[in-house]
Write a protein that binds this ligand. Structure first.
Ligand code: FPP
Length: 232
C-alpha cells in the first residue's frame, strides 16, 4: 500500500544542487570541473522536467553565502552562469522556456545583470516550463526584502498575503517538492517561506551524477507521500 499514488505530479520542483566539489575531488580534478559537470546535470534536469510536464523548476545556483569561496571559484561559477544564460536565451524560444531569477542583483557583475535582464525580458512571453534560477539568493534576505518593501508602502499591519506578494517571484506557487543531492539534509537558507509544506527528497547522488532517471525517482517518491497540511 505504501507505493500507492497519493499525489498528482508536483507543479513546482526546487533543487539544491550539491556535491560538485566532492565529485571533482573524487576524480582529483579542480572544483570548477565539478561545476562544469554540474552544468550538464542542469541541462539533463531541465530536459527531464520538460518531458515529465513540470511547470516550474527552481535551481539554487548561487547563494548569498557562496561569496566567501575562493575568488577563482566564484569567477568560474559566474562565468558558467553567464554562458548558461546565453545558451538559454538562445534556446528558450525553441523550447518555450521562460526564465526568472530570484535573488539580489546588487553584488552581481553588471555584465551578468544585463544578461539576466535580457534573458528574462526575451523569454517573458514563453508558455512552457518556467526556469527560476536562484542567484545571489538567500531566503532570510528575501523575507527582509519583502518586509522593507511593505514598510516603503507605508503598511503598519501586514498579512501573509502581503509577504507573499513581495517575494522575489510572487507569481510562483510554493514548491511541492524540494530535492537536495549529495547526502546533505538541510535547507541552507533556501525558500524558507515557500517550503512551509514542501516534501523533501534527499539523495546521496552527487549533483554532477544527477540525471533524468534520478529526477523521475524523486517525482515517484513524492507521489507516494501523504500530505496532510496540518489536517488528519
Ligand atoms: C554545490 O556544490 C553547488 C554550487 C555551489 C553551485 C551550483 C552550480 C552549478 C550546478 C553549476 C552551474 C549552474 C547553472 C545554473 C548553470 P559544492 O561546490 O558546494 O559541492 P561540495 O559541497 O561537494 O563542495
Amino acid at each position: 500500500m505504501s507505493e500507492e499514488l497519493k499525489n498528482p505530479l508536483p507543479r513546482h520542483v526546487a533543487v539544491i544542487m550539491d556535491g560538485n566539489g566532492r565529485w571533482a575531488k573524487e576524480r582529483r580534478l579542480p572544483r570548477l570541473a565539478g561545476h562544469n559537470a554540474g552544468a550538464q546535470a542542469v541541462q539533463r534536469t531541465l530536459e527531464a522536467a520538460q518531458r515529465t510536464g513540470i511547470k516550474y523548476l527552481t535551481l539554487y545556483a548561487f547563494s548569498t553565502e557562496n561569496w566567501v569561496r575562493p575568488q577563482d571559484e566564484i569567477d568560474g561559477l559566474l562565468k558558467l552562469l553567464e554562458q548558461t544564460l546565453d545558451r538559454y536565451t538562445k534556446e528558450a524560444a525553441k523550447h518555450g522556456v521562460r526564465l526568472l531569477v530570484s535573488g539580489e542583483k546588487d553584488r552581481l557583475p553588471p555584465a551578468i545583470v544585463e544578461k539576466i535582464e535580457h534573458a528574462v525580458a526575451s523569454t517573458a512571453a514563453n508558455t512552457g516550463l518556467t526556469l527560476n534560477l536562484a542567484l545571489n539568493y538567500g531566503a532570510r534576505q528575501e523575507i527582509v526584502h519583502a518586509a522593507n518593501a511593505l514598510i516603503q508602502e507605508g503598511k503598519t499591519h501586514i498579512t501573509m498575503q502581503d509577504i507573499q506578494a513581495h517575494l522575489y517571484q510572487p507569481s510562483l506557487p510554493d514548491p511541492e517538492l524540494i530535492i537536495r543531492t549529495s547526502g546533505e539534509e538541510r535547507l541552507s537558507n533556501f525558500l524558507l517561506w515557500q517550503a512551509a509544506y514542501s516534501e523533501f527528497y534527499f539523495t546521496p547522488v552527487l549533483w554532477p551524477d544527477f540525471d533524468g532517471a534520478e529526477f523521475e525517482k524523486a517525482l515517484a517518491t513524492y507521489r507516494t507521500r501523504v500530505r496532510r497540511f496540518g489536517g488528519l
